[in-house]
Design a binder for this molecule. Sequence first.
Ligand code: UDP
Ligand code: MN
Length: 314
Amino acid sequence: MNFRPLNETVHICSESYEDRRQFMQDKPQSDYGQLPVIYFVTPTYPRREQIPELTRLAHTLLHVPRLHWLVADDQEKCNDFMDTLLYRFGMPFTHMVSPMPSKFRNEKPAPRGVANRRAALQWIRQHNFTNGILYFGDDDNTYDLRLFSEIRKTQRVSMFPVGLIADYGVSGPVVRKGKVVAFLDSWVAGRRWPVDMAGFAVNLEYMAQYPYVNMPYKPGYEEDLFLRSIGLQMNLIEPRGNNCTEILVWHTQTKSKKLGMVRLESKYLDDRSNLGALLHNLKLMGVTSTTESEGRNALISKNGREKPHSKILS
Ligand code: UDP
Ligand code: MN
């Protein structure tokens, strides 16, 4: 156990505390003013699925009142494209960067999403937020809107099953007479709290009692050691989702593909056609890059026939 307080460098790219949404789930924003804020921590990293994942997740979160979205990107530099995207959604957010330390990059398995979650924890600490709920929500999971009203009730630590985990297709608490008594998960490996990152929420007032809150760079053990670092005891756990009988969050995974590549003469990447701006945008989103020399020439066709680039673009 790592009994040292976190000491991460937190680099903020942009943030907004303003909530420009007028209605959420058919009610005006003012109806929700008294609810505790959910701090929804999303570790994310550059790959071609990043922007689509964040867009999809945002469209879930847009339905959720009183939520501050902490988007922690696993990379060195801020990117303006992401700031613009996050601002446009109109909900409160903080965009930060916190790359995985290079010594872990080539480890197999690597501690995915740890540096960025740690940075988000540090941010919460620095701001002394003791009123609200912490939840770790990866960018590729699927969230039922009922999850948010359930976790908002968290007094100390709440838990609930996560669908689509490993061999059993589920991981979560075993509940008897309204109390958590054990866990169902196909991988125990000595973990006292064998739960998925998406399977629990923590009240910040409770967490504030533990100055040594931590999430170690130990793949597979992040949840267990985090929960140990906040002194979790079995009798403190609040089962949610109708006594852990419902699935409110799914561990969906998106198949990853390598960057797209379009071979096109750079002289045509101007405003004579849409392709200049389109491919520029896709580059900013980390989806596609262009090349002048590698691979086969980009296929541009008309009436079912390939045309020379010069014919269409010059
Ligand atoms: N992640 C990250 N850096 C990485 C790999 C993953 O920040 O190098 C993030 C990712 O965006 C996701 C979380 O960490 O929010 C868990 O990663 P992933 O979904 O790939 O893992 P899995 O769900 O398959 O365990
Ligand atoms: Mn995932």
